[in-house]
Design a protein around this ligand. Structure first.
Ligand code: COS
Length: 391
């Protein structure tokens, strides 16, 4: 029997996350968005109550929550503010390759660091000339004895300006395309690491997005994750694991927009009745509600498959694609329900429409998700996953 009932623990976590979003995030979200304020105070509080690093295994100090619970939490935080939510959840993206490919020592050091203090880590894959086309990256890592020397520039790095370490992808064999990429952990404090630029963004303005340069940065060889030249697969495996979380955040944004639009439609009177009495508005509200339900189910499926140890590439891309596109449609329709007021910053929905846009862009655009879906549907293949560094 298929059962979509959450466990009592999952319900408790949802309630805790909702409460946090309502009391700590919502009251400042629109203000932080306006000024692009870095939410360090909220990061500290979220870390304190256990709403950060929820995915980290217990042996490294984390609560070791399952992916589905992570998505349930992420929806609530996204409902509060997805910009702040992105800052809170970015450690999940940065540490996935460490969990997948790090040696025991690497895991102890770099995962433990995040559970001992409210520290941050960033995922450095994208480059100015290599976005969707990961294999086109130019950053290099050259092995010299027991060390690697890293050179290159990564852009659009979430939390980049505040991270204590980075998981960095670099070419270890320039001629080998995707088979010549490796992944490393790089400490922020090392000589040659520079935070170059903070982006001024359309939405999610409370999150930090920076360019990071690596100029002859020397790291110990043990900071290699998995095997040399297996970094591309590690990146793909990471995104399979994190895209349901992005989808959940998109559901949270969509739900927030839906609730505002629903409530406003019952108050706003035109032609002598609340606009919710007009079928034109009712159908928009109905479509919003259906898309939210469908997006959540796809999200939960993507997460539940991971929890069951199944490969979830297709489900993950279905969820990310549909939830992101739905969030964009729903927030745009919420602005429409508000009419001219929706376009005014004094009202809540224009922020949500701006925030939703990044959902269709980061962690793989909606077009990349369709590419993955098309390949999985048309040419299903068996994918071999790299062994961890210790295996
Ligand atoms: N898990 C494990 N391995 C995977 C995988 C997955 N989900 N998807 C692909 N691979 C493997 C393939 O099996 C193949 O392995 P071999 O070397 O043994 O042949 C290899 O990776 C290359 O796969 P593919 O041919 O599909 O690679 P492409 O260069 O065509 O790229 C896309 C595939 C476009 C899907 C990939 O580059 C991508 O996801 N791009 C978007 C990146 C992104 O999300 N960026 C956002 C920044 S991160 S915030």
């Amino acid at each position: 029997m298929v059962d979509f009932t959450l466990t009592d623990e999952q319900k408790d976590m949802r309630e805790m996350a909702h409460d946090f979003a309502e009391k700590e995030i919502r009251p400042v979200a629109w203000e932080y968005d306006k000024d692009g304020t870095w939410p360090q105070d909220i990061i500290n509080k979220a870390w304190e109550v256990g709403l950060m690093n929820t995915h980290l295994p217990e042996e490294y100090g984390g609560p070791g929550l399952d992916y589905l619970t992570g998505c349930v939490i992420e929806e609530e935080i996204g409902w509060g503010c997805s910009g702040i939510g992105t800052s809170l959840s970015c450690n999940g993206l940065a540490t996935a390759p460490v969990i997948l490919g790090g040696s025991e020592e690497t895991k102890k050091k770099y995962l433990g660091m995040l559970t001992e203090e409210p520290k941050l880590a960033s995922f450095c894959l994208t480059e100015p000339d290599a976005g969707s086309d990961v294999s086109g990256m130019r950053t290099t890592a050259v092995k010299k004895g027991d060390e690697y020397v890293i050179n290159g520039t990564k852009c659009f790095i979430t939390n980049g300006g505040y991270a204590d370490y980075y998981t960095v992808y670099a070419k270890t064999d320039k001629e080998a395309g995707h088979r010549g990429i490796s992944a490393f952990v790089v400490d922020r404090e090392l000589d040659g690491v520079t935070v170059d630029k903070k982006e001024d963004k359309l939405g999610q303005r409370a999150s930090n997005t920076a360019t990071i340069s690596f100029d002859d940065v020397v790291i110990p060889a043990e900071n290699l994750l998995a095997e040399e030249n297996k970094g591309f697969k590690l990146a793909m495996m990471t995104l399979d694991r994190t895209r349901p979380g992005v989808a959940a955040m998109a559901v949270g944004i969509a739900r927030a927009a839906f609730e505002f639009a629903r409530d406003y439609s019952k108050e706003r009177v035109q032609f002598g009745v609340p606009i919710a009495m007009h079928q034109a508005i009712q159908f928009m509200i109905a479509d919003m509600a259906t898309k939210i339900e469908a997006a959540r189910l796809l999200t939960w499926q993507g997460a539940a498959m991971l929890d069951q140890g199944q490969r979830n590439t297709l489900a993950s891309s279905h969820a990310k694609r549909f939830a992101a596109d739905s969030a964009m449609e729903i927030t745009t329709d919420a602005v429409q329900v508000y009419g001219g007021y929706g376009f005014i910053k004094e009202y809540p929905v224009e922020k949500l429409m701006r925030d939703a846009k990044i959902m269709q862009l980061y962690e793989g655009t909606s077009q990349i998700q369709r590419l993955v879906i098309a390949r999985e549907v048309l040419m299903p293949r068996r994918i071999e996953e790299p062994a961890t560094a210790t295996a």
